[in-house]
Ligand binder design. Structure first.
Ligand code: GLA
Length: 740
C-alpha cells in the first residue's frame, strides 16, 4: 500500500515538474497564438480575424505566460497600401493587392492568378507545428512546418504546397519562409565572392526597397551564399541583437531582404523565382527547402556560435561509426594530391606521396583529379569513370593497399554530374546534358552539365559511384562540381514542364547522396565546387565537409576562413597547407605561417611533400601532432573572432573554447608590422573566470611577464600578451590554455 502511494506521489511530483517546464511549442486556443521557445529566443505568430497567419514576435526569449492577444492586422496606409499588404504575414500568397515579396505565386489552369491563404488547421509535432493553410476558394493547400531547436532556439521552417484542384497549377514562386522584423535601423550582413575569393562578409545598412541575394546558376554559387544576419544598429561582434538565417538548398535560390513602406523589414527566401515554373498536377505536392532562422543577443559572434552548433548537432550526417553521437567526429587530417601533381597522377608517384604523408602523421590520403578515363588535362575524360590503365595498370588496389599499410584510409576525387564532350559517355549519350535542342551548348572548363533530373542519368551516376565504392576500399569521396548551368533545357518533357529541372535536379543530387550513404555507411563525402561553390545547409545534410576555396594562399585564407565561420562550423572547413611561393598570389610565407593558417579549420596538407626537406617534414609533423591534441576544441568549440583580418587589418586573431571551458586555443597572425607597433594584447573570452589555466605555446612565445598559470579572469581581463619578438611580415603564433 505504502509502495503504491509513494510511486503515485513520485509520478505526481514528476508531472508537476514537467508541467512547470516551459513547453518548446504551445498553442493558445483563445488568442489563436502559436508559441515557440528555445534557447534564448521566442517566436510567436497567430491567426488574425481575417484568417491570415500573422507574425507577432521574433526575438529574445519571453515567458510562456507572456500573453499575446489575437493578432490584429495592420491598418491600410491611405488607399495605396492595403491592410493585406502591410500586415507581416507568415506566408503570403500573391493576391489581394500584395506589392511586397510573396511567399507563393501561382497560375491556375483557368488563368486566375489570385491566391489568398487562410488558416485551416494545425497539428502539434515535436518542438513545433504543422499549420495548414488554404486559398479562400481554390483547393491549394499549404502546410507550414515549424520546428524549434530547444537548445539553440533555431527555428526550421518550410512549406509543402499541394494541389487538390482538378487541373494543374503552375507554381511560379515558392518561398520556404518569410521572416519579419520590427521597424528599426539595421545592418545587413551577407557573404559574397567569386572563384578563389569566396566568403567576403559584406555589410550594409538595410534601406527602403529590396536587396536580393541569389543564385540563378542551378547551384549554390561562389558569388553569394544563402545566409544572412541582420543586426540592430551597427555591426558588432559580441554585442547586440542579431537575427540570422540560412537556406538549405543547393539549387538556384533567392533571399530578399525588404524594408517596406512602413519601415518593416521582411526576409523571404526559397527557390529562386527567376525562370521558375513548377507544374503541380492534381494531387501533387511540392516541398520547399528549409529556411533556418535564429536570434542572438550576443552580436554576430553569438549568432555564428549558435548556427555552428546547430549544424554539428542537427544538420551534418553521421557515419556508421558516429551514429547516435551528439556531434560527428572531427575530420581526419588529410593529404590531397591536387596541387602537387594536378592531372599527372600515377601509381608510383602517389605511393611516394603516401609514404611521405604517413611520415607526417596524416590520417587520410586523397587522390584528386586525373585517375580515370582519358583524363590527361581538363579537356577530356569526365563521365568515363573507369581507372586509367596507363596510370594505374593494376587498378586502384595496389595504391589503396599501400595507403592502408601505411595506416591511412583512402579517398578519391569524383565529379559525377559533369561530362567532357571528349568522352565515351558524351559520344554515347549526347542527349544527357542540359541543353535546348538546336542551340549551342556553352562549355565551362570544357565541360557540360549532365541533366541529373533525368531518371537514366540519375541511374548512371548512382550506378558508377556505387560500383566504385563496392569494388574498392574507399572511405572518402571529394565530390566536385566545376561549372554552373547554361541552356537549362530538359527536352524529354513538354515545354510547360521543363522548368521542373530546377527542383528535380537538386532533389536527385540529394537522393543519390542519401542512397550512397545508406548503402556505404562508412563513406564520408566532401562537397567541392571549384572551391566553395556549393556550401549550404541543404548539401550539408549529406556531406561531412566542404572545400571552402581553391585559393590556398595562407594569408587570403584568413579572410576566407573568417567569412566562412559567420555561417558555417570550422569542422567542415577544410584547409590545406600548400607550397610557397603560392601559385595564385606568388606570395612567400613560412611553413609555420601556412600550418597555423590551416590549423584554424580542419587541417590538410596539399603541398608537393615529395620535395619537402627533412626540416619541413619535421615542422609539419610537430604541428600536425600539436593540432591532433586540440582539434576538437578548434573545430567544435565556441569560436570567438577576436581580431578580424578584414578591411586590410595588419593583425588577426581567433580563440576557440571547448564546451566545458576546460581548454582554449588561440591563433594570432601579423600581416605586416607597421611603425614597430606590437601585437595587441588578446583579451580572451568565454573562459571560467574562477578556474586556473596553464598556458602552452604551440608556436611562438608569450611576453616574458606572462604567467605560466593564471585564472580565467586574468586571461580575460589582463589578456594574453605576445613576446616583443612577434613582429614582421606574415608571422603567426598559436597557444593553448588548459584548465589545471
Ligand atoms: C576543382 C577543385 C580542386 C581540384 C580540381 C581538380 O578546381 O576545387 O580542388 O579538385 O577541381 O580538377
Amino acid at each position: 500500500m505504502l509502495k503504491t502511494f509513494s510511486a503515485a506521489f513520485v509520478l505526481l511530483v514528476a508531472s508537476l515538474v514537467l508541467s512547470a517546464q516551459p513547453n518548446a511549442a504551445s498553442f493558445d486556443a483563445v488568442a489563436k497564438v502559436f508559441r515557440l521557445d528555445g534557447g534564448g529566443s521566442s517566436y510567436r505568430f497567430g491567426v488574425n480575424p481575417r484568417g491570415e497567419l500573422q507574425q507577432l514576435y521574433w526575438g529574445g526569449r519571453l515567458a510562456v505566460a507572456d500573453g499575446f492577444r489575437q493578432a490584429e492586422p495592420k491598418p491600410e496606409w491611405a488607399s495605396f497600401d492595403s491592410s493585406y499588404n502591410n500586415t507581416p504575414q507568415e506566408y503570403a500568397g500573391w493576391g489581394a493587392g500584395l506589392f511586397t515579396e510573396p511567399a507563393l505565386k501561382v497560375t491556375f489552369a483557368d488563368g486566375n492568378r489570385d491566391l489568398v491563404l487562410h488558416y485551416e488547421s494545425h497539428t502539434a509535432v515535436a518542438n513545433g507545428f504543422d499549420v495548414v493553410m488554404k486559398d479562400i476558394s481554390r483547393k491549394i493547400y499549404v502546410t507550414l512546418h515549424y520546428k524549434m531547436d530547444p537548445e539553440s532556439g533555431i527555428l526550421a521552417r518550410s512549406a509543402t504546397i499541394e494541389n487538390r484542384e482538378a487541373e494543374p497549377v503552375t507554381v511560379e514562386q515558392a518561398a520556404a519562409a518569410a521572416w519579419a522584423l520590427p521597424p528599426d535601423h539595421y545592418t545587413l550582413n551577407y557573404l559574397t565572392g567569386r572563384w578563389a575569393g569566396e566568403w567576403t562578409l559584406t555589410q550594409e545598412p538595410v534601406y527602403p526597397g529590396a536587396r536580393v541575394i541569389e543564385s540563378r546558376r542551378g547551384s549554390t554559387g561562389h558569388q553569394a551564399n544563402p545566409w544572412f544576419a541582420i543586426q540592430a544598429g551597427d555591426p558588432n561582434e559580441e554585442h547586440g541583437a542579431v537575427w540570422f538565417g540560412a537556406l538549405g538548398w543547393s539549387g538556384s535560390w533567392r533571399i530578399t531582404v525588404e524594408q517596406d513602406q512602413l519601415d518593416q523589414v521582411r526576409v523571404t527566401g526559397g527557390f529562386n523565382p527567376f525562370d521558375f515554373g513548377y507544374v503541380l498536377h492534381p494531387g501533387e505536392r511540392l516541398e520547399t527547402p528549409v529556411f533556418y532562422g535564429g536570434y542572438s543577443a550576443d552580436g554576430l559572434g553569438g549568432a555564428s556560435r549558435l548556427l555552428q552548433h546547430y549544424e554539428l548537432a542537427h544538420i551534418l550526417p553521421r557515419t556508421a561509426a558516429t551514429a547516435g553521437e551528439k556531434y560527428p567526429r572531427p575530420r581526419p587530417v588529410i593529404y590531397n594530391s591536387w596541387e602537387a601533381t594536378e592531372f599527372n597522377v600515377n601509381e608510383a608517384g602517389q605511393m611516394v606521396l603516401a609514404e611521405k604523408a604517413a611520415a607526417l602523421g596524416i590520417d587520410r590520403f586523397v587522390m584528386d583529379d586525373g585517375w580515370f578515363g582519358q583524363r590527361k588535362d581538363d579537356h577530356a575524360g569526365l563521365g568515363d569513370w573507369y581507372v586509367n590503365k596507363e596510370k594505374f595498370p593494376h587498378g586502384l588496389k595496389p595504391l589503396i593497399d599501400k595507403v592502408h599499410s601505411l595506416g591511412m584510409d583512402f579517398g578519391l576525387w569524383v565529379e559525377p554530374e559533369m561530362v567532357n564532350p571528349d568522352s565515351d559517355l558524351y559520344r554515347k549519350h549526347p542527349d544527357w546534358v542540359l541543353n535546348f535542342p538546336g542551340r549551342p551548348r556553352s562549355e565551362g572548363r570544357n565541360q557540360l552539365v549532365l541533366n541529373l533530373a533525368r531518371p537514366d542519368v540519375r541511374a548512371y551516376v548512382y550506378g558508377f559511384l556505387d560500383k566504385l565504392l563496392t569494388e574498392n576500399q574507399i572511405t572518402f569521396l571529394k565530390w566536385d562540381y566545376n561549372r554552373n548551368w547554361s541552356e537549362p533545357g530538359w527536352d524529354q518533357l513538354s515545354p510547360a514542364e521543363q522548368k521542373r529541372v530546377y527542383v528535380a535536379y537538386t532533389q536527385n543530387l540529394y537522393s543519390i547522396l542519401a542512397e550512397l550513404r545508406q548503402k556505404h555507411p562508412n563513406v564520408e563525402i566532401e562537397s567541392c565546387s571549384g572551391g566553395g561553390g556549393r556550401v549550404d545547409l541543404g548539401i550539408l545534410r549529406y556531406v561531412d565537409e566542404v572545400w571552402p576555396s581553391d585559393n590556398t594562399d595562407p594569408f587570403d585564407r584568413l579572410t576566407i576562413q573568417d567569412g566562412f565561420t559567420y555561417a558555417y562550423t570550422p569542422q567542415i572547413m577544410m584547409a590545406w597547407v600548400t607550397d610557397s611561393p603560392h601559385w595564385l598570389n606568388k606570395r612567400t610565407t613560412s611553413l609555420e605561417y601556412r600550418m597555423l593558417s590551416s590549423m584554424q579549420g580542419s587541417l590538410g596538407i596539399g603541398a608537393n611533400i615529395a620535395k619537402w626537406s627533412p626540416e619541413e617534414m619535421a615542422t609539419a609533423k610537430r604541428l600536425i601532432a600539436a593540432y591532433h591534441q586540440v582539434q576538437p576544441t578548434i573545430v567544435q568549440g565556441e569560436l570567438y573572432r577576436l581580431i578580424s583580418p578584414r578591411n586590410g587589418s595588419e593583425f588577426s586573431a581567433t580563440e576557440s573554447v571547448r564546451a566545458d571551458k576546460g581548454q582554449a586555443v588561440m591563433f594570432a597572425f601579423i600581416h605586416s608590422t607597421q611603425e614597430g607597433l606590437g601585437f595587441p594584447i588578446l583579451k580572451l573570452k568565454g573562459l571560467d573566470p574562477t578556474a586556473q589555466y596553464e598556458l602552452s605555446p604551440m608556436e611562438g612565445k608569450a611576453s616574458v611577464e606572462t604567467p605560466a598559470v593564471a585564472s580565467g579572469a586574468w586571461w580575460m581581463n589582463h589578456g594574453l600578451e605576445m613576446d616583443a619578438s612577434f613582429r614582421g611580415d606574415f608571422q603567426a603564433a598559436a597557444f593553448r590554455l588548459d584548465r589545471k
